[in-house]
Design a binder for this molecule. Structure first.
Ligand code: HEC
Length: 143
């Protein structure tokens, strides 16, 4: 009886130890669960933007043109690479005709200083209409 009791106590303190270790983040299961905890954040947001708009004709037309025009070398939907993410651009500007025209001309002429020191090169070879199609798609990407 006494033995069983002290074994039970031993199990309890072992469990407490294991628990506190897990709490420190050193156990596999805890790092697994924390990575699956943090995974939904980017997954959910990339899902929310690309999945949210993937059937929108503005999205379909604009994302195809953006690839064609090479914008994807410097811009991603939700991650800043060389240039700001499209989601950040969409968050900064209201989706108005004026902003579409303003951003279209910035893309064609190039721009610097709005997002930092890195300039966006000019794209004089692109058609105004094509760039507009892309800019409308960019401004669509609001969360
Ligand atoms: C060589 C890299 C590069 C390429 C290619 C590029 N961009 Fe950019 N883009 C940038 C950088 C860097 C900025 C930030 C410029 C600034 O701070 O003013 C930017 C900014 C922008 C902005 C925001 C402008 C503003 O005034 O806030 C838009 C919209 C944009 N790019 C769209 C495009 C489109 C559309 C294309 C394809 C035709 C494209 N970019 C191709 C690097 C690039």
């Amino acid at each position: 009886m006494k033995l069983a009791k002290s074994m039970a106590m031993g199990m309890l303190s072992l469990a407490a130890l294991a628990y506190s270790c897990g709490g420190g983040g050193s156990s596999d299961s805890s790092s697994e669960s924390s990575s699956s905890d943090s995974a939904p954040a980017p997954a959910a947001s990339s899902q929310s933007l690309e999945d949210k708009y993937k059937d929108d004709p503005v999205f379909v037309a604009g994302s195809a043109k953006a690839k064609e025009a090479g914008c994807t070398a410097c811009h991603m939907v939700e991650r800043k690479i060389v240039g700001p993410s499209y989601a950040d651009v969409a968050a900064k500007y209201e989706n108005t005709d004026e902003n579409v025209a303003m951003l279209t001309s910035r893309v064609i002429k190039g721009n610097v200083g709005e997002w930092g020191e890195v300039p966006m090169p000019a794209h004089p070879h692109l058609e105004n209409d094509d760039v507009e199609t892309i800019v409308k798609y960019v401004l669509l990407l609001k969360k």
